[in-house]
Design a protein around this ligand. Sequence first.
Ligand SMILES: Cc1cc2nc3c(=O)[nH]c(=O)nc-3n(C[C@H](O)[C@H](O)[C@H](O)COP(=O)(O)OP(=O)(O)OC[C@H]3O[C@@H](n4cnc5c(N)ncnc54)[C@H](O)[C@@H]3O)c2cc1C
Length: 407
Amino acid sequence: MTELWPLPQDPIVPEVEAACTRLGLARRYHELDRLPEFPRREFRAMGRARLLGLTAPRRLGGRGLNASRSAIALYHIAYRAGTAFAKLAMQPEFCSVLVERGGRELAGRWFGPLLAGRVLIGNHITEPTAGSDALAMALEVTPRGEGYVLNGTKSEAAFAVDADAAIVYGRAPGTKGADGISGFLVPQRLKGIRRTLAPLDLGERWQRRGTVVYDHVYVPARYRIGREGEGFRYLRRELIRDRGLLAAIYLGAARASWDETVRDVFERVTFGRRLSERQAVAFPLVDDGVALEATWLFTQRALARFDRGEDASAHTAMAKVRSTEVALATLDHCIQFHGGAGYSAAYPHEQRWRDVRSGPIAHAPSEVLRGLAASHLWGDRTREGPGAGRRGPRGSGRPARPRSAAR
Ligand SMILES: Cc1cc2nc3c(=O)[nH]c(=O)nc-3n(C[C@H](O)[C@H](O)[C@H](O)COP(=O)(O)OP(=O)(O)OC[C@H]3O[C@@H](n4cnc5c(N)ncnc54)[C@H](O)[C@@H]3O)c2cc1C
């Protein structure tokens, strides 16, 4: 059988493959679905293997890779060990405001141990009445003495009861929009914090999501990340890169199922013929293979823009949106072409499908990201209002038609 195209290549790949095998991550991925717990032992082992902090500075123990190369490493972790360990490998990226804006204490005392897998740091952005519209967040941050008092509720949060600390976003009283929002590193054992686990998720169960209530929690000023009122701006930049990296994870997981299914349909015989000989099976798999590769190339281009310092907001947003759609469609076919066994936990396809299904919701829903992409791609013209640009017939609100040659 001819290989359509090789997996993405980079000098770091053999080391990543070897670490995934040595740490037994594929088997553990399957176990975590049935017995959801935070895999602390593996997290530490990943720290020792330097799988945490792919983009993090070398001086703190990270790899110092750019986003494009990190995406290749994450693709391979997801390919070999599922989305769980690839997302865990990304946990330092989700916290990179600590090192970029956090000063010596937050970078040294918290980010360093995170890279080593010794502490787990979550992110608390979503609130019961402010999810997609994060700028509507209401958790109140009031200055008091040498610090701040936090009051409010964060919901949907990964590692709700497991995190040692969380990056918590809240706003100054009386503010609106991005301006009043600041971020804080909040150790989760502080007085006034109540944490509860939410009902079991469809997938990504090891994240053990839940709600965290901040009831008059005092946080010293040294735990503020960067400047007061700038928190959301820092977060926005981080998210641009992270959406591209997440796309690599969804594509890596789906590619694993695609490869396994292509092998399987060459062996499975029904009605006296191999499944691979039937167009109803072969054509969707060919389409999926092309879509996976095309979306991967798009993702790489988006991340290359980010690495060059260009605005990649629309590009990584669309990479995440398309990667989840392509991956879910592929995984659905993989379940289908394995028949009854494909619907069961005997194969990893259903777990991968359930895990990737979080993708169109978490880190901003696809609908919101499409809106973000549109506003970045033609934002100025949209802001000018309807009918901006060349005018059509007076009062029609339509742009002018090009003159036809026949006129
Ligand atoms: C696995 C997982 C892990 C998560 N981890 C974290 C975490 O660690 N920390 C954290 O803070 N949050 C986390 N979240 C929460 C996640 O970021 C939010 O669920 C997400 O932003 C959507 O917010 P919401 O749930 O309030 O949905 P809502 O804002 O209520 O939106 C519901 C749906 O409405 C549609 N919609 C919303 N706005 C628009 C619009 N403008 N145009 C068109 N359609 C729209 C979308 O389909 C959306 O899914 C996690 C979520 C999941 C699934």
